[in-house]
Ligand binder design. Structure first.
Ligand SMILES: Nc1ncnc2c1ncn2[C@@H]1O[C@H](COP(=O)(O)OP(=O)(O)OP(=O)(O)O)[C@@H](O)[C@H]1O
Ligand SMILES: Nc1ccn([C@H]2C[C@H](O)[C@@H](COP(=O)(O)O)O2)c(=O)n1
Length: 244
């Protein structure tokens, strides 16, 4: 994934858009579903996180929209992310930031960067180009505004949800050893901040809701894969049923 072009290209492969709140399982479930289907996997939140990392690294004030936007040329020239779901790496400015962009501190700061309109416009152009290119038969992209802004014309659009208490429990389990109250606050506060910019709670018209509150990870992956196969007419081997 490299520098952005200016126009939004049409998609020549199956694109699946997945949105939802923090901790709903977007990245883990979408990644596994993409692996099963032989699709690419695009974690759009990773780009916002990597840009935040770059801003912190350069020592800029993340509340200064002009300073954040000024990072975009370097970011676009150096940002790289794995698209194969079995791989997991993110680079920016020549640095492997795969782990660094997942810290609690960075999660706390990312919403300030994600609310800058110039940032959103630039990243969205890049996401669309990546989704349109790629040689896998399809791609699953997940984030907050993929069903509504990045790829409103995607073949399948899913809002992955779960009750807030369940999402907090999942995040707390992942961050065993960290203060549970702080984990809960970070999930709620980030969602509240992000919701001021995009709506990822109410499904837009045509978006299917997948509620994982009472499903385990395996069941949620199965439900997502089933939904995609049904909508795209794919058989269990991932082949187009009309052509097989
Ligand atoms: N259906 C499920 N049942 C139980 N645990 C789940 C389920 N789906 C996801 N999880 C777990 O919940 C945690 C959060 O999932 P994940 O990181 O995929 O969420 P996310 O929506 O991408 O979050 P964020 O937007 O904050 O990055 C992970 O530990 C994941 O394994
Ligand atoms: N399409 C997107 C994706 C992400 N964001 C913002 C909101 C999140 O706080 C941050 C990190 O995303 P995550 O890795 O937690 O999915 O990026 C957004 O505004 N739009």
């Amino acid at each position: 994934m490299t520098a952005a072009s200016t126009e939004a290209p049409a998609f020549h492969r199956v694109v699946v858009a997945v949105d939802g709140p923090s901790g709903s399982g977007k990245s883990s479930v979408s990644r596994a579903a993409a692996e099963q289907l032989g699709f690419d996997f695009l974690d759009t939140g990773a780009a916002y996180r990597a840009l935040t990392w770059l801003g912190l690294e350069r020592g800029i004030d993340l509340d200064d929209a002009d300073a954040v936007a000024a990072l975009l040329p370097e970011f676009e020239a150096t940002y790289r992310i794995a698209l194969r779901p079995a791989e997991r790496w993110v680079y920016v400015a020549g640095t492997d930031v795969t782990e660094a962009i997942r810290t609690t501190e960075l999660s706390r700061r990312v919403s300030a960067v994600a609310r800058v309109p110039r940032v959103r416009e630039a990243l969205n152009r890049t996401f669309r180009r990546v989704l349109a290119e790629g040689d896998a038969p399809g791609a699953i992209a997940e984030g907050r505004d993929v069903t509504t802004v990045v790829a409103p014309d995607a073949a399948v659009r899913i809002l992955l949800t779960a009750d807030e208490s369940v999402r907090i429990e999942r995040r707390a389990a992942e961050r065993a050893g960290e203060d549970r109250v702080a984990v809960a606050a970070s999930v709620s506060q980030r969602d509240a901040a992000d919701r001021r910019v995009v709506d990822f709670i109410e499904p837009a018209p045509g978006v299917r809701v997948l509620d994982s509150t009472r499903l385990d990870v395996r069941q949620t992956i199965g439900a997502m894969v089933e939904l995609i196969r049904e909508r795209c007419g794919l058989d269990a081997a991932g082949t187009d049923e009309k052509e097989s």
